[in-house]
Ligand binder design. Structure first.
Ligand code: ZN
Length: 512
């Protein structure tokens, strides 16, 4: 009995026609071969597992197939050269891993060998994977060969990080950008493989595997390998178990509870998921996907290709999306995204997620972005406090005073108190430690600033209170909407002191 060959190798595409999801590249290469315009050097870029090495080997076979007198778009796949190239072992097709052979010595050796003619094939082909890992000196040495390559030499470079490849190299290569493979195409291929392997597989389960592969055929095939190793059939429950991700139905149920404004139900669903062994991170990721899909359904319609879901869930997601306004969905995606970031390293992950669910379910009790905008416009027009910087809000009717320093939006409202007013931005105030300051150092903005009369006095807040305001999703939303940054957080003197007791409904992570 032969050793088990992983699916990715067993079912590696052998011809240009077979490469999945990269048809334009296959077509261009075929045309180049037909018209005898094959370049000296190619650069294949794209994420892992999208077919770069496969394409490189097919190109090498096409150039070197011994069954033909010249390069052919349809290599035989049976001659010695084709077979050894397919295995990655041909003497004239040298595969180099740029990650482990990144020094100048390796490239010098390559240059020294490149001048000799190929042993039996038409071309000597150097395939350097992860070429961006080469050292600067190695790149320089490579450049010399690239500038004047011997007639019989071809280079194929592959990289997942094209931006790290020097421009001098890039400019001497024909570049092909490999796309992430669409989920549906991966699922289709997985189905073909299961048929060939005589394994029964549910379509939904295959789709789920394909989606987990996130555009990478190799990752998807590895997952399928893992499932087949288990010996069972490929069904949804099994895939969910292996992936450790919650089923879409469950996250959709959470979405429904949120739409119903039923936080108890949302929390109940969360508890059920966690009890079933799904990690809190996976729940948040899945929930983020669900709301993203809902947002896409809201913005592009339920039929949009961007929504990568099987038919049943697609319908459920579209219906659910109709129960939210698109701005709310956008806001919710943002909130979930931030909670996902906060989760890393947090010891109170579950509490944070629970608080988020309650917040989403009871959104009407919190500030929504449109009411905040309205409120801010009132503030700027009404001449209370606060300076706004963003052209879209520049109200020509309001008094405009050019400001001396960059004035960023200082929304100070906590989520529970809409009446609390923002801070007077004064010229000498520097950003507080820990506050978002990416914008503060910027040069004065060209956008007109609206400055209202500055309130005479304000009361300082404690660091905790500042943090609470800073981390409030509503405040962060405003910051994103207006491209602003928090300069300072103070308390409006007009608000009674008693208000201080209620800062924020969100548990905050004081460590940040
Ligand atoms: Zn051949």
């Amino acid at each position: 009995m032969s050793a088990y060959l992983v699916l990715a190798r067993k079912y590696r595409s052998e011809t240009f026609d077979e490469v999945i999801g990269q048809e334009p590249i296959s077509q261009t290469l075929v045309n180049a071969i037909k018209t005898n315009r094959v370049a000296h050097a190619y650069l294949f870029t794209g994420t892992r597992g999208v077919g770069k090495t496969t394409m490189a080997r097919i190109l090498a076979k096409a150039l070197n197939c011994l069954a033909f007198d010249d390069a052919t778009p349809e290599p035989c796949g049976k001659c010695d050269a084709c077979e050894s190239i397919a295995r990655g072992e041909d003497m004239d097709v040298v595969e180099i891993d740029g990650a482990s052979n990144r020094g100048i010595d390796e490239i010098r050796e390559l240059r020294a060998n490149a001048i000799f003619r190929p042993a039996r094939c038409r071309y000597k082909i150097y395939y350097i994977d992860e070429v961006h890992m080469l050292t600067k000196e190695a790149f320089n040495a490579l450049l010399k060969t690239l500038e004047e390559p011997p007639e019989h030499v071809k280079f194929i470079f592959a990289t997942t990080e094209c931006e790290k490849v020097p421009a001098t190299i890039l400019s001497r290569c024909q570049r092909f950008d490999f796309r992430n493979i669409p989920t549906a195409k991966i699922a289709e291929h997985l189905a073909t493989i299961c048929k060939a392997e005589k394994v029964s597989a549910d379509d939904d389960a295959l789709y789920r595997i394909a989606r987990a592969g996130a555009g990478s055929m190799r990752d998807s095939l590895s997952l399928l390998d893992q499932l087949l190793a288990g010996g069972g059939k490929v069904c949804d429950e099994e895939v969910i178990r292996v992936l450790g991700t919650p089923p879409d139905e469950q996250t959709i149920k959470i979405g429904q509870a949120i739409a119903d404004g039923n936080s108890a139900a949302a929390l109940g669903q969360l508890a059920t998921l966690l009890d079933s062994g799904v990690t809190i991170t996976s729940v948040v990721t899945a929930l983020g996907d669900t709301f993203r899909n809902m947002m896409l359904a809201g913005a592009c319609g339920g039929d949009s290709e961007l929504i990568e879901l099987p038919e049943m869930q697609r319908k459920a997601v579209s219906e659910l999306a109709a129960r939210f306004s698109t701005p709310t969905l956008v806001q919710n995606v943002g909130i979930i995204q931030r909670i996902a970031q906060t989760l890393r390293g947090s010891s109170v992950g579950r509490a944070l997620v629970e608080a988020t669910l309650v917040r989403l379910a009871e959104a009407d009790k919190f500030v929504d972005p449109s009411s905040l905008i309205e409120r801010l416009e009132q503030l700027s027009a009404g001449g209370m406090t606060g300076g706004l910087k963003k052209k879209s809000l520049a109200n020509p009717a309001s008094p405009q005073v050019p400001t001396a320093t960059p004035q960023n939006l200082p929304p100070s409202q906590s989520a529970t108190s809409q009446t609390r007013s923002s801070a007077p931005p004064t010229a000498d105030r520097s950003p507080s430690p820990g506050m978002e300051s990416s914008e503060n150092s910027a040069a004065p903005e060209t956008a007109p600033a609206i400055t209202a009369p500055v309130a005479q006095q304000h009361r300082p807040l404690s660091t905790e209170q500042r943090l609470a305001v800073q981390q409030d999703p509503a405040v962060q939303t405003v910051m994103t909407l207006f491209d602003g940054a928090l300069v300072d957080v103070v308390k409006d003197p007009l608000i009674p002191e008693a208000d201080d007791t209620d800062e924020s409904p969100e548990p905050t992570n004081g460590d940040e």
